[in-house]
Design a protein around this ligand. Structure first.
Ligand SMILES: C[C@](O)(C(=O)O)[C@H](CC(=O)O)C(=O)O
Ligand SMILES: [Mg+2]
Length: 313
């Protein structure tokens, strides 16, 4: 029955695995899971970890990514995802949901939810998507306070605290931060000194910028391969060759699913049937396979009465 209902790996195992992956020299690929079922697929296909995106979570609630979601909402959604996978789950904790003390509380809640790590960003509150113009960052020392609070709250030393800097995407001089890639690199060094285990280099543009960042700091780095944003979409192998340690595909599964849902709904609206789209769908048998329906019979033989051979799908 191990691995049914909930994952077989413990939170401690997953954090150890994430740290080992970050130190391995092999890039850790973390697609965003929009729900626990997607996390099961991510594991089955063979990725190294699962990401929980704040942007995809808020979009799923029908809201823009402007800091409207709360610590409780994000952690409970992430707990459900972490619960069903043996893979480490990294979550998007935005700016920590408040002042430094709230960042500390966020870490405690994430640890209790079985999550392997989280990232905190240096944007002002309320934050916005890192690939939009007009965002603003807090002074370095304020972000350092956020991080110190998070690091000191941690009870499991293997829980990964990732610091995201949005500085590279800020071109105009703001009251709060210089911005630009050089500022981002300086900030990454300060964040590493404050105890961050991993740096999320948000909104770099080109391969050359990723290379420049890698050459300047000696702490694990995470790349964000989000679509339709400011960053060139660089293959995982190239990022690995550059020396990056992790890559997220944060909103990709939401965009894939929503693209398919919109096409399908329009066709049903236009033709009155979904008949022509059956080959685009995950079949009942594939869904049941992913859910491991059959294994549930191990402890209750009355549950599984679906026959793949007879159903034809
Ligand atoms: C990584 C990110 O923070 C997210 O919430 O997934 C977003 C992704 C996106 O909006 O494309 C971000 O880069 O700010
Ligand atoms: Mg986000």
């Amino acid at each position: 029955m191990t691995g049914l209902i909930a994952a077989s790996a413990t939170a401690a195992d997953k954090r150890v695995a994430f740290r080992a992956g970050l130190a391995s020299g092999t890039i850790q690929r973390l697609p965003g899971a929009i729900n626990p079922l997607t996390a099961k697929l991510i594991q089955e296909i063979g990725f190294e970890g699962v990401y929980v995106s704040g942007g995809a979570f808020s979009a799923g609630l029908g809201l823009p990514d402007i800091g409207l979601t709360t610590l409780t909402e994000v952690v409970s959604h992430s707990r459900q995802i972490a619960c069903v996978t043996d893979l480490p789950v990294l979550i998007d904790a935005d700016t920590g949901f408040g002042e430094p003390m709230s960042a500390a509380r966020t870490v405690l809640a994430a640890e209790d939810a079985g999550i392997a790590g989280l990232h905190l960003e240096d944007q002002v509150n309320p934050k916005r998507c890192g690939h939009l113009d007009g965002k603003a960052i807090v002074p370095t020392d304020e972000m350092v306070r956020r991080l110190r609070a998070a690091v000191s709250a941690r009870r499991d030393p293997n829980f990964v605290i990732c610091a995201r800097t949005d500085a590279a995407g800020i071109s105009d001089t703001t009251a709060s931060g210089k911005g630009g890639i050089d500022d981002a690199i300086e900030r990454a060094k300060a964040y590493a000194n404050a105890g961050a285990d991993l740096i999320f280099t948000e909104a770099l543009h080109t391969e050359a910028e990723f290379e420049k960042f890698r050459a300047a700091v000696d702490i694990p780095l995470l790349a964000n391969m989000t679509e339709f944003g400011k960053s060139q979409l660089i293959p995982a192998k190239t990022l690995e060759d550059i020396g990056y340690n992790a890559v997220i595909y944060p909103v990709t599964t939401l965009r894939l699913a929503m693209g398919a849902i919109e096409r399908g709904l329009r066709e049903i609206h236009a033709t009155g049937t979904q008949e022509g789209q059956l080959d685009q769908m995950q079949t009942r048998s594939r869904l049941y396979e992913l859910l491991e329906y059959e294994r549930y019979n191990e402890f209750d033989s009355g549950i599984f009465n679906f026959r793949i051979e007879e159903s034809g799908s």
